[in-house]
Design a binder for this molecule. Structure first.
Ligand SMILES: Cc1ncc(COP(=O)(O)O)c(C=O)c1O
Length: 431
């Protein structure tokens, strides 16, 4: 046999035929088209446009020498910092012993699904990786259809309806807010009502709060306050700290779920061992917060909020519906009003829609189907991160705290993104 011949490999049947994660795929296709000389508007990828805060970068630099394997559960100082962060920000009392650190919250979610034997309950639309992880492990997924009129958010009665059927079935329910892909969030009262249902059915609730600090009003509320005994809070550095590539995620458990934490740590000890040491030391600085982190967040929220609102208004004016932006950096657009026109152009699914759009205009969006929406529904996620976050943040920092982000500011620092939005609008108008 030569090196060029391929082996007949029996892939695990749960993995066989599985493509790369949709977000990564669209990014690779956009890069390819860009290399071919095409102008691309990268509105498919969900990565923070902003640099990692300077004090956190400096901390990483001065800890480059940290070379030892760390405790499986994570550096004690970091676990303390994360626990303190939750008591400071969310009024939830936890100790270092309740925190688990991992190489990204995505990996921790995988471990959770692996260690806990239960059905995964997720609203649709939901982030692209929850369901594929369940598939890899061989767990069942129960999707709960949400309604556009409710900003695609889960209602307590919708959760109750799924859980009352076989009340004793073990379940993990994932609630992500501010949401990827919708940019919508919940008020404290709404979370209280969802928490009551979760408690009634004794589900494990995974509160994916990775975008919590990017709630535009800065008043993110955690559902763990209302269902402390059953909620695990998922967070990390990837979104609010602009450090997706650093790979650091956190899970914060209630004492009542310590057995789950220990089970996950046992599997971690046999797989990734521990998270990168220098990154963990730097993360202590990030979670300890302070005035420069607050300023960074204040400006990041201000820019994203103004930009999201502007893009939302451009799209609404041409008939594309989407809930108004409340956090994160996404809009979930519904183009069903264009249904007849799209079909007359042989566009029948959200995947057809985003592929044609990318090829014809260079605008990259993600199709609604990868978020669990029906194939033939014309929905898509738009991320508004394709701008130079370094420049925009530097410009926002010299504004007075009470100054708004103006149209001029957006045209100066986010022009490519606005051009991409106008290109999308023109394409829709010309259908
Ligand atoms: C909703 C949501 N949860 C979790 C993650 C995973 O983040 P990380 O693994 O970088 O911590 C992402 C990343 O895109 C996300 O959008």
């Amino acid at each position: 046999m030569t090196e060029n011949q391929t082996f007949d490999i029996s892939l695990n049947l749960n993995v066989r035929g599985m493509p790369l994660s949709a977000t990564l795929q669209i990014n690779e296709l956009s890069n390819k088209l860009k290399e071919e000389g095409k102008k691309i508007y990268k509105m498919g990828l969900g990565q923070s446009p902003f640099p990692v805060p300077k004090i956190v970068v400096e901390e990483l630099q001065s800890n480059a020498f940290q070379k030892d394997y760390q405790e499986v559960k994570g550096l004690k100082a970091l676990r303390e910092a994360v626990a303190n962060y939750h008591s400071r920000r969310n009024d939830i009392q936890r100790g270092a012993e309740n925190v688990l650190i991992g190489p990204g919250s995505k990996e921790l979610m995988f471990l959770l699904q692996f260690v806990y034997y239960g059905e995964l309950v997720i609203p649709t639309p939901s982030w692209v990786s929850y369901a594929p992880q369940a598939k890899i492990i061989g767990r069942q997924v129960a999707w709960i259809k949400t309604k556009e009129i409710n900003k695609w958010r889960l209602l307590p009665e919708e959760l109750h309806k799924v859980c009352e059927n076989d009340h004793y079935r073990p379940r993990i329910v994932i609630l992500n807010y501010p949401s990827n892909p919708t940019g919508a969030t919940y008020s404290c009262d709404e979370l209280q009502e969802l928490a009551d249902v979760a408690r009634r059915h004794r589900v494990i609730l995974l509160a994916d709060e990775i975008y919590g600090e990017l709630n535009f009003k800065g008043n993110h509320c955690s559902i763990a306050k209302y269902y402390p005994e059953g909620t695990i809070i998922s967070g990390g550095l990837s979104k609010w700290c602009g450090a997706g590539g650093w790979r650091l995620g956190t899970f914060t458990f209630p004492k009542s779920l310590s057995e789950l934490l220990n089970g996950m740590a046992a599997v971690a000890s046999e797989t990734f061992t521990s998270t990168s040491a220098p990154i963990q030391y730097a993360a202590v600085k990030a979670f300890n917060g302070g005035i420069s982190i607050e300023r960074y967040l204040w400006n990041a929220r201000k820019i994203l909020s103004a930009l999201g609102t502007k893009i939302h208004s451009l799209l609404s004016a041409c008939g594309a519906d989407a809930p108004g932006p409340e956090g994160a950096f996404y809009l979930f657009i519904n183009l069903n009003k264009f249904s007849d026109k799209l079909k007359s152009k042989n566009i029948f699914t959200s995947m057809d829609l985003t592929t044609r759009l990318l090829n014809e205009t260079g605008v990259a969006l993600l199709p609604g189907s990868v978020f669990g929406r029906p194939e033939e529904e014309f929905t898509a996620r738009l991320s508004y991160v394709d701008f130079d976050g370094n420049r925009a943040l530097a410009a926002a920092e010299i504004l007075k705290p009470e100054d708004f982000i103006t149209e001029d500011f957006l045209s100066t620092y986010c022009s490519h993104l606005l051009e991409g939005t106008n290109t999308l609008v023109s394409w829709l108008n010309a259908l």
